[in-house]
Structure formats: C-alpha cells, structure tokens
Design a protein around this ligand. Structure first.
Ligand code: ADP
Length: 511
C-alpha cells in the first residue's frame, strides 16, 4: 500500500493476520472461534428479546392509555368541560390520570386554544401542531418517542348529536368538540428493559467464562497428541532414537508420523547411497593410483632395469593415468547430469546427423574390435534436445555395444519417430547381460563382469550417465538382453521439450 502526502511517499507495510503472533496459536484461534460461536447467539437473542419486549409493552400501554383517554373524553363532553373547566370531578380524574401514567394532558378546543393543562403552564395559549389539526378532523394519532421515552397521542373529543338534515328519523352525527393531547412517560418500560439487559449481560459474561474454561480443557485435550509428536520429533532430532515415530492418539498425528517416517527413510536411503557412492569413488580412484605406485616402486627398487622393462612399465603407468582421467571425466559428467533440468541447453537438433556423427566417431573402435556398425534411419527427425547431453547418452550405448561384443559381431542403430517421440534402438550381438543383473546396470559403478569391464576401460558410470541424460529430457530407456546372444537398448525421447512452470521460473530468475 502506498500513501502520498504532501509530495511524500509513505509506504505502509502490508498487514496479514498471521503476522499477529498470538493469532498464530491454534489455542487462541479455537478460543476465538468458540467465543464468536457462543456469544453471537447470546447477543442476537438479547437484542431480539429486548426489541420484542419493548414493542409489546409500548403497544399494551398505548392501548390502555387510549381507552382511558376515550372514557375521559366522554366525561368531558357530558360535563361540558370545554366550556367550563371548573368541574372538580373532571379535574380530579385528569389529575389521577396524569399521576397514573406519569404524564401530561392538554385539552384543546376547536379554536386551538389550550383550555386545560395538567401541568398548569400552558392554559390559555394557542397550539398549532399537525397532530392536533389532524385530530380536529376526527383522526386519532399516536407516536412513540424512543429517545425521550414517552408515548404521545391525540384523541378527538366528540359529541354525538342528532342530524339536522332530514336524512332519516333518529340519525346522529359525531361532532369534534376538541382534542385531548396526552403524553405519557415510558420510564417503567425502560426500567424493565434495563434490568433485562443487565441480566442478559450477566448471562453473556457467564457464557464467556464457560467458553474460556471449555477452550482451555478442549485445547489441552486436543493438543496432547501434538505435544507428544513434538517430543518424539525432538528425540529423533537430538539423536536419542532412530525408531520410527508413532503417535497413534489421533488420525492426524498418525498421518504426520507416517509422512515423517517416509521422509526419514528417504533421507536415510539418500545418505546410504551417498556414503556408498563416496566409498565407490574413492575405491575406483585409488585403484589406478595403487597400480601406478606398484609399477613405480618396482622400477625404483630394481637396479639396472633394462630399457624395455622401463618402457613397458611406463606404458602401463600411462594407461593407468588415462584410466584415472576417464573416471574423473565420467564423474564430472555425472555431476553435471545431477543438476536440475533447468540446466538443459535445449535447441532444435537434426537427430539423424547427430547419430551419424556418433557412429563416425566410434567407427575406428568398432573396426579395431572387428565389429560391424550399421545405421538405419527410418525417417528424418528433428527434435528439441540438449545436443551435448544426448550425444553423451547415445555414445555410451553404442560404445558399450561395441565393447561388450564378440568377434565379427555387429551393432545396429535404428532411428525412428512418431508424431510425439523419436526412438533410438541400439542392438548388438554381444555377450548379453544375465537377467538378474539387468535391474542393476544403471547403478553407479555397477559392472556385470568387473574384470572384463576394467580390462576394456569401463568405469561403471556410462549407463548411469545415459539414464540421467534421458530422464532429463523426460524420456525413457528400456533394455532387453539374452546372455550370449546380445543386448537391445531402446531410448524414447519427446520431439518437443516442454518446460515446466517451476523450471521456467528458475530459468527466468537466472536470466
Ligand atoms: P562400463 O563403463 O563398465 O561399461 P556402464 O555403466 O556403461 O559401465 O555399464 C554397466 C555394465 O553393464 C557394464 O559393466 C557391462 O557389464 C554391462 N553392459 C552395458 N552395456 C552392455 C552391452 N551392450 N552388452 C553387455 N553388457 C553391457
């Protein structure tokens, strides 16, 4: 929010309910909810009851007053009070009425002159008011002044006389001779209402206190399992126990415990695999170094070593260095693959050209091993891929097919596509992979035949790299193999790489 005042920009911080610390407590929230749910009906009921009582009480009092005033009006007429206000009987009746209703009575004649005021202050004065004029036309009025707490009404003083006109024998008409203007206090009703209001407030306070107590008890009962949960988590965190968390007091804590145990299990698995990977890496890196040390030591300890032996040992040392270099390179490739998919450098690539280039690079190795390389492209394919990573993935497959082949064997690479995916199939007529080993071949440093793999320069990282690269492209890799007959790898990759939303955000942030 930004408020501009006299050229000054005042930026007000945005206000969020959850920023109020005490409102973040579930106990406080439950208390407030119960308080609202409990007290709102009390308030509504108090208001409705008081309103209803007031309406009814005013209506009953008004009708009582009207009846009394009408009786008084008849007496006034019969005693000719409007012409002569000295009648003691009427004056006493008026006095009694005023006392009874704690009010004031004005008697007004047709000339709008006040002939009697029970307060005795306005007699002889003229009164001009809408109600009085309407009443002189025969219309009674009634009003309730809520603020000042009194009922006001005008009642016409009528006389029944025989009609002058010959409308029929015995016909009578009502003639208005004056007006009785009465105002009666409502203090008794207001006092009753005040007392009712006080009682309702007492009830509300009791309800408030009860809700507070109930909230304390309920929250203590409800939060007991969560308290246990926190204690259990603390114990795991402080390392007292490795046992799975189980708080079965309620379904929610049971679910939280299960979810936490799953996370814990996954973390443990990751930790185990990390430790295994680190020990594998150090073992793999140490092997060539140990060999080099043995070779170097034997050269150092021997006297007068012939030149041929020197040359032979140095060649072996160079091979070990090359091997060490290959392991390090493969490890670096794998680390790169482990990064997020956002690191993919996607572009439109001619897959036919890419596969042809791979085949061209590997042809010398195939020739050295007397393996025939065949490439069959069923259609031209262009796809959005990371060229470097896909090249690495496919090169590993073709290189393996050559490495683990037999003499006079063949490797056939087939490229095909439909409207959504392209597939690269690498078949070979090699040694094959035993069925029970198939599920492990993508693991880092896993080799079916360790000595053979090492002999032909394998690091056990090739297929792990290939799989990572394929998965990064949201593709899949399948293998089928028959021991002694050959192996068949099929890679399937979408033609169009669709960037996911979180990935897009990450890319933009980086840009
Ligand atoms: P390496 O560097 O040892 O070749 P890889 O990860 O590429 O490691 O392969 C893992 C293991 O899977 C290899 O050691 C080999 O035993 C087996 N393997 C991979 N490709 C083939 C294949 N085409 N034919 C037979 N065995 C294979």
């Amino acid at each position: 929010m930004c408020v501009q005042s006299g050229g000054l920009d005042i930026t007000l911080p945005k206000f969020h309910l959850h920023q109020i610390t005490f409102l973040r407590s579930l106990k406080v929230r439950i208390f407030l909810i119960l308080l609202i749910v409990g007290l709102i009906p009390c308030f509504v009921m108090r208001y409705a009851i008081l309103q209803n009582y007031e309406r009814r009480a005013v209506s009953v009092r008004s009708s009582n007053i009207a009846t009394q005033v009408r009786i008084l009006a008849n007496h006034l007429i019969s005693r000719r009070y409007l012409e002569d206000t000295s009648s003691e009987v009427i004056n006493a009746e008026l006095e009694q009425f005023s006392n009874l209703y704690d009010g004031r009575v004005l008697i007004i004649n047709t000339e709008l002159r006040i002939v009697k005021d029970t307060y005795g202050i306005s007699e002889g004065k003229t009164i001009i008011s809408e109600e009085v004029i309407r009443c002189l036309r025969g219309e009674s009025t009634e009003g309730y002044d809520r603020e000042n707490g009194y009922i006001e009404m005008t009642i016409p003083i009528t006389e029944t006389v025989e009609a002058d006109l010959p409308v029929g024998a015995g016909d009578t008409i009502e003639l208005v001779r004056g007006v009785m203007l009465v105002s009666a206090s409502n203090d008794s009703i207001i006092a009753t209402m005040d007392s009712l209001d006080r009682q309702a407030m007492v009830v509300e306070s009791i309800v408030g206190v009860l809700i507070f107590v109930v909230t304390l008890l309920v929250s203590k009962y409800l939060f007991q399992p969560f308290k246990k949960m926190i204690e259990a988590l603390d114990q795991v965190q402080e390392g007292y126990t490795n046992d799975p968390i189980s708080v079965t007091d309620c379904l929610e804590t049971e679910h939280i415990g299960d979810a936490f145990n799953r996370v814990l299990g996954r973390m443990k698995m990751l930790d185990d695999s990390r430790q295994e990977f680190v020990s594998n890496v150090s073992h793999e890196l140490r092997t060539p170094i140990t060999s080099m040390k043995v070779l170097a030591d034997s050269l150092i300890t021997q006297k007068d070593v012939p030149l041929e032996v020197y040359q032979e040992f140095m060649t072996d040392i160079a091979a070990e260095i090359e091997r060490e270099d290959k392991i390090i390179n493969d490890l670096l490739s794998l680390v790169k693959m482990d990064r997020k998919a956002a690191d993919l450098n996607i572009s439109q690539v001619d897959i036919n050209a890419l596969v042809e280039l791979i085949m061209k690079r590997l042809r010398p190795i195939a020739m050295r091993r007397d393996v025939q390389l065949v490439y069959e492209s069923l259609r031209p394919v262009t796809a959005s891929v990371d060229e470097v990573k896909l090249t690495l993935a496919l090169s590993n497959l073709v290189e393996n097919a050559i490495k683990y082949n037999k003499e006079h064997g063949f490797v056939k690479v087939t490229l095909d596509a439909d409207h959504q995916y392209f597939t690269v199939q690498v078949e070979d007529s090699g040694v094959g992979i035993p069925e029970d080993e198939l599920e492990h071949i993508y693991e880092r440093f896993y080799r079916v035949d360790k000595s053979r793999s090492r002999e032909i320069g394998g690091t056990g990282l090739g297929l792990a790299i290939t799989r990572s690269a394929v998965l990064m492209h949201r593709g899949s890799i399948k293998v089928s193999s028959l021991e002694g007959e050959g192996t068949d790898f099929t890679v399937k990759i979408p033609l169009k790489y669709i960037v996911s939303q979180p990935e897009e955000r990450r890319r933009k942030r980086r840009a």
